[in-house]
Write a protein that binds this ligand. Structure first.
Ligand SMILES: Cc1cc2nc3c(=O)[nH]c(=O)nc-3n(C[C@H](O)[C@H](O)[C@H](O)COP(=O)(O)OP(=O)(O)OC[C@H]3O[C@@H](n4cnc5c(N)ncnc54)[C@H](O)[C@@H]3O)c2cc1C
Ligand SMILES: NC(=O)c1ccc[n+]([C@@H]2O[C@H](COP(=O)([O-])OP(=O)(O)OC[C@H]3O[C@@H](n4cnc5c(N)ncnc54)[C@H](O)[C@@H]3O)[C@@H](O)[C@H]2O)c1
Length: 518
């Protein structure tokens, strides 16, 4: 239930916020392993109390924590974390949201059963049980990782907010006051935070972001989700499956704008069949009233709701670090400027993840953490990050996954494209998913598009909408990354019959036919 304070601000009760930890599931809780320890490559510099001088200081214990493993055991390392130790992915990002998505998928599957003759039904969810499974799991993963890190004698874990006061010199403000530290090498890995659009009355309203919404004490009856991107579309699926009346508001012409247009249009249609979607409108004012909230939109209409989830993008945390005092430049979007080796504009300062990356995704932060780790350990043989083919997936209903160029982007870049297509409904496993031959709903309908450069015959992009999209896309990610000719991907291997992977094979075969038309 929403309750109102004397100032009119509504409160949705939350569980205590968890302490943070970057999970082992995708990152390794103790950093990457695999190469033998090496001797320290740098000694300590002069200046300041040696006890406050480190070989390496890492700012941010999300992906930054992964940089440090036992190969740094001969060095003196500090990891500074302003919140609880950990990062967005485990505590309030990828992992808890996907645990919720899986439960939502189960609910949808149970609702779907009767269409296929199964006597299943979904009687709603026990939200505290759903939520507590997620929070308990991330809590134990975090605690285990945190304890493990504390056993590393060469690492000082410093709790506090770091900011630069000079070249590789920092002040950390913690519960015990301020402490100045310095280092030969600094890694900036302070991530990003949700951004609130400047909407009158929004801050005073019962609003949430992805940081807090997974801690709700109770499900609201109605929820308005502002934003039609990743966060908005994943949580719209979760909360609508859980029985909340969701209204999603997006200023653009479609949900998941920026993805392949045809797939984004199809997704938007599917979303509109499951929850209310408002496109091409912005929130102008939020009025908190007894018993709810009214969100007034730019077209003069209004949405009555109990809770607002703001999902309108994230801002990098570089603005909180006094970076200019250390000679670290940021670009117009506030992202720390780095070169291909992840070096910032200041000597001895590196950056990785959301604080410097225009594609704020965990697999990108992981990749960059590996590069920074290697480069700290091997200053004579620096590695470069490879951002050429960053894939992405949206875990909604239906899910979407993509890698490389969209058809529109390829044409804009002057690539003469050939496009292969296959409908899920055109494959044997697609029939298994369908209630009947015309069923194109979110559980059965789907489309795979593969795009090749006619000049080379190589895949330059792949886009999937439908069941298991984030898994089906993997061979296509490999093909785009490796530059494998489309013909070889299609015909150079067996595709198991009648697995759903046949829809990928079908799209590739169609592509090969189109390449052959020349
Ligand atoms: C709801 C949600 C779902 C997501 N799902 C996915 C997904 O499915 N797949 C995917 O690839 N990506 C997903 N992401 C994105 C992914 O979580 C991020 O890209 C990734 O976690 C960024 O890692 P990072 O290390 O750069 O930052 P973070 O993990 O945010 O770590 C930065 C750390 O720095 C600390 N910090 C900040 N400022 C300071 C300071 N001044 N001093 C000291 N410490 C500081 C912060 O407290 C934080 O712990 C999701 C994000 C959200 C919000
Ligand atoms: N599955 C995943 O990989 C995953 C999941 C969640 C988050 N993320 C990461 O987190 C980042 C942030 O996600 P997000 O969904 O908050 O941002 P986003 O950039 O994906 O989408 C924000 C959407 O909000 C819309 N918008 C902005 N201001 C608006 C306004 N005032 N009114 C209505 N609509 C408005 C934008 O047009 C856009 O479509 C993503 O870029 C992604 O990298 C990834």
């Amino acid at each position: 239930m929403v309750s109102l304070t004397s100032s009119g601000r509504a409160i949705i009760p939350l569980l205590p916020h968890p302490r943070a930890w970057d999970g082992r599931s995708s990152c390794g809780s103790r950093g990457y392993r695999g190469e033998a320890p090496v001797a320290p490559t740098r000694g300590r510099t002069d200046g300041g109390d040696v006890s406050d001088h480190y070989d390496v200081v890492v700012l941010g214990a999300g992906s930054g924590n992964m940089v440090i493993d036992e190969r740094f055991a001969t060095q003196r390392v500090a990891i500074v974390e302003s919140g609880d130790f950990g990062g967005t992915c485990l505590n309030r990002g990828c992992i808890p949201s996907k645990m919720l998505v899986h439960t939502a998928d189960l609910v949808r599957a149970a609702q779907r059963g009767p269409a296929l003759g199964a006597r299943t039904s979904a009687a709603g969810v026990d939200w505290p049980a759903v939520r507590d499974r997620v929070l308990a799991r991330i809590g134990s993963e975090r605690d285990e990782g945190e304890q493990g890190r504390d056993e590393d004698e060469y690492v000082d874990r410093i709790r506090g907010i770091a900011r630069f006061v000079g070249e590789r010199r920092l002040v950390v403000t913690g519960a015990d006051g301020e402490r100045e530290i310095s280092a030969d090498q600094v890694v900036v890995a302070t991530g990003s935070r949700p951004q609130l659009p400047p909407v009158e009355g929004l801050e005073q309203s019962p609003h949430h972001t992805s940081d807090t919404v997974m801690h709700l004490a109770a499900l609201p009856r109605r929820m308005a989700i502002l934003g039609g991107g990743y966060v908005g579309c994943e949580f719209a699926h979760v909360f609508s499956a859980f029985g909340v009346e969701v209204t999603q508001i997006e200023s653009g012409p479609r949900l998941l704008n920026g993805q392949d247009e045809e797939l984004a249009e199809r997704f938007t249609t599917a979303a509109g069949e499951q929850w209310t979607v408002r496109l091409g409108v912005e929130a102008e004012r939020v009025v908190t009233e007894a018993g709810g909230v009214r969100m007034e939109l730019s077209d003069g209409s209004a949405v009555e709701t109990d809770l607002i989830l703001v999902a309108t993008g994230r801002v990098p945390n570089g603005d909180l670090l006094d970076l200019e005092r250390a000679g670290i430049e940021v670009d117009d979007d506030g992202l720390v400027v780095v070169d291909a080796e992840q070096r910032t504009t200041a000597a001895g300062v590196w950056a990785l993840g959301d604080v410097c990356q225009g594609a704020p995704l965990k697999h990108v932060a992981n990749h960059e953490a590996r590069v920074v780790q290697h480069n700290l350990l091997h200053p004579e043989g620096l590695r470069r990050s490879d951002h050429r083919t960053i894939p992405n997936a949206v875990f909604s209903h239906p899910p979407l996954a993509a890698v490389g160029l969209t058809e529109e982007q390829a044409r804009e870049e002057g690539v003469e494209v050939a496009v292969g297509r296959a409908e899920y409904a055109g494959t044997a496993y697609g029939w298994a998913l369908q209630a009947g031959p015309d069923d194109q709903g979110p559980d059965a309908g789907g489309l795979v598009k593969v795009i090749a450069d006619r000049a080379t015959g190589r895949l330059v992009g792949a886009h999937l909408l439908g069941v298991q999209a984030s898994t089906l896309v993997q061979p296509l990610i490999q093909a785009v990354a490796a530059g494998t000719p489309a013909r070889e991907v299609a015909r150079g291997q067996y595709w198991i019959h009648p697995a759903l992977t046949e829809v990928v094979e079908g799209a590739l075969n169609d592509l090969v036919d189109r390449l052959d038309e020349d």
